[in-house]
Write a protein that binds this ligand. Structure first.
Ligand code: 1PR
Length: 599
């Protein structure tokens, strides 16, 4: 809840703030007149007048009399801004959605949580006349916070499916991270930032990690030095935030960065000089290894949605009643793991392969409620595929994913459908663009698409016995077999497919997956440690992040997987649900083992 008094910014103060911008050295380029919309001519005039607003953009004093507790949100409908909404509400503010360019011009404080890809975002802004309004608003030095793409769009252009022109307020070109130097792209996870100038909203970050998820970034240069307020090092030194006067933008996601992120939003919403800088000791220096709590969710025989947990994917109790194991309520457990310091939470709708998820409204409710109080990334999977219901109504996988995003998911995870797509791709060598994986990553960006792999070990005497990638195993099979291939399965491990985990991982990376959740049916629920051979194989084969999953039984298993493989994150379920090992114990152990984690 709100802890500080809301600022009382009167019209004269705002006007003074507006004149501040014109005193600053101007950016090399300014907003070009992209659209032929009705605001364009006034917009050009506005810029010729060196940021002195034309009549069309003059904001009357009455505009500032809007309720102090309202935040104007620019949501152009391309992804999950539910978390930003939730965070704003959590901090005690109401939200007014931008419907017209005038709403931008009349805003008292504007948050722009850019989501999706650069080109479609610019397209929408141009077509609706909002690009010009945004430039005008920013040039008047009015309170603005851009998030992620909302930072990138301020630059001159982006190479994302481009070049595509941006708003042109900050000199520089947004480019893709270079994965050839060993850094995994997308840049996903909790990273450290270096604050380069007083930026007020970053005052509480100190040496703490904040959450990034992106494949493109802008680089600092002499031309944009006056804007840059912090940088992050990931292969190269990229811009983590900018600030000029009342205009702020961050590449990371404050709404997903836990308490530290909420403090960034709080400082933007309550820019009171009275809020003292909190000296916050931290240890962040680089991208942290993530610890993820996973909730396998399904309806039990009584019709309640429960968190369950299998042994090698068998989730039923071995009793006469044979009921579905019930380990708790999904929203409660998610909230608990958030408080415990889990870096991410995954919900897997494990019967999604047979129950259509949009018919499974309780799962959507779970997401909606969980995202109200959980400010770290939420992934949801299960049942993402094209579907025709009993009335003959067709739903595309994109619609299913969109509903998940709208309900609070930051990433969606595809299991079975990705296997079919990869098989088809390997057979034809043609990217049809029609698979769920391709469609969703095209619209929401590949950082929003996880592929969940459910492989099972198939032991071999001789690697030549199979056409798929096999490896020599550390522990021989039951009959002394020295080799293994990892057969992919669909429908919750019920059906083996003619494709290996190695082939699948490489294919889905090409098709647009941004991350791999790597399970292992043999290890699931066994508590004997991760399948190091498998995780090493896959994390060496792809350049997208790999989440190690299945088998965690002790904190040592986490340090083992991080020190012996290139996994970016490790996920566990059973040990957390049964409270055998809480999340903080894992983190403390990793820190003591010299492995950087978020604290
Ligand atoms: O195929 O797109 O509908 O997606 C279904 C999703 O549900 C897939 O991600 C698949 O992995 C998952 N799933 C299906 N059936 C089960 C099952 O258990 N019967 N769960 C299932 C997968 C594996 C992990 C588990 C780890 C860690 N569960 O998510 O949480 O193995 O467990 P541990 O730490 O206790 O060892 P689609």
């Amino acid at each position: 809840m709100a802890q500080f008094a809301a600022p009382q910014m009167a019209a004269p103060q705002m006007a003074a703030a507006g004149s501040y911008a014109s005193q600053l050295p101007t950016a090399k380029s300014s907003c070009p007149p992209y659209s032929s919309g009705r605001l364009s001519q006034q917009f050009i005039r506005f810029h010729r007048l060196k940021y002195r607003p034309s009549r069309a953009f003059s904001v009357r004093a009455s505009a500032y009399s809007a309720d102090d507790s309202v935040v104007t949100l620019l949501d152009y409908g391309a992804g999950n801004v539910r978390s930003v909404r939730n965070a704003i509400r959590f901090l005690g503010f109401d939200i007014k959605d931008v419907q017209t360019p005038e709403d931008i011009l009349n805003a008292k404080r504007l948050i722009f949580p850019g989501v999706g890809a650069f080109a479609p975002a610019m397209d929408v802004l141009n077509k609706k006349g909002m690009a010009e309004a945004l430039c005008a608003y920013i040039e008047q030095d009015r309170p603005f916070l851009g998030i992620c793409l909302g930072l990138q769009l301020l630059f001159e252009s982006s190479k994302e499916n481009g070049p595509v022109k941006g708003l042109g307020l900050i000199p520089g070109v947004v480019g893709r991270f270079d994965s050839s130097n060993g850094f995994r792209v997308p840049h996903i996870g909790w990273d450290a930032i270096q604050i380069t100038k007083e930026s007020q909203i970053l005052d509480d970050i100190g040496s703490h990690h904040v959450y990034f998820v992106h494949s493109y970034r802008a680089l600092p240069s002499d031309d944009n030095r006056e804007w840059v307020s912090s940088t992050c090092n990931y292969g190269d030194n990229f811009i983590a935030s900018v600030r000029r006067g009342n205009v702020h933008a961050v590449q990371f996601h404050p709404e997903k960065s836990g308490d530290v992120g909420l403090s960034v939003l709080r400082r933007f919403l309550y820019p009171s000089p009275e809020i003292t800088k909190k000296p916050v000791p931290g240890t962040a220096s680089k991208l942290a290894k993530r610890v993820i709590a996973c909730l396998d969710v399904r309806t039990n025989d009584k019709g309640d949605l429960v968190v369950t947990k299998g042994d090698q994917y068998d989730v039923r109790e071995h009793t006469k009643e044979n009921e579905v194991r019930n380990l708790g309520k999904p929203v409660d457990l998610a909230g608990q793991y958030y408080k415990d310091g889990a870096d991410e939470i995954s919900f897997l709708n494990i019967t999604g392969f047979r129950d259509f998820p949009l018919g499974d409204l309780p799962m959507l409710q779970v997401l909606r409620h969980a995202s109200e109080n959980v400010f770290v990334p939420l992934t949801v999977g299960g049942g993402i595929r094209d579907f025709t219901d009993s009335n003959g109504r067709y739903y595309s996988s994109l619609e299913v994913a969109s509903e998940y995003f709208r309900s609070g998911a930051d990433k969606i995870s595809i299991g079975s459908d990705a296997v079919y797509a990869a098989e088809e791709y390997l057979k034809t060598n043609v990217k049809t663009g029609k698979s769920s994986l391709e469609q969703i990553s095209r619209v929401y960006g590949n950082q929003a698409v996880v592929v969940s792999i459910d492989p099972r070990r198939v032991y071999l005497k001789d690697p030549k016995d199979v056409e798929f990638k096999s490896i020599k195993v550390t522990n021989p099979g039951p009959n002394g077999e020295e080799y293994v291939w990892y057969q992919c399965t669909v429908n919750g491990g019920r059906e083996g497919r003619p494709i290996g985990a190695y082939e699948l991982a490489k294919a889905v990376e090409e098709l647009g997956a941004g991350e791999i959740l790597l399970n292992c049916i043999d290890c699931d629920g066994q508590g004997k440690g991760f399948d190091i051979d498998l995780i090493k194989l896959i994390s060496d084969a792809v350049s997208i992040p790999v989440i190690a999953s299945s088998g965690a039984g002790a904190p040592e298993h986490f340090s083992e997987v991080f020190s012996r493989t290139n996994a970016s994150a490790a996920l566990a379920a059973g040990i957390f649900h049964r409270k055998e090992v809480p999340v903080p114990s894992v983190k403390v152990h990793l820190l003591n083992s010299g492995i950087e984690v978020r604290i």
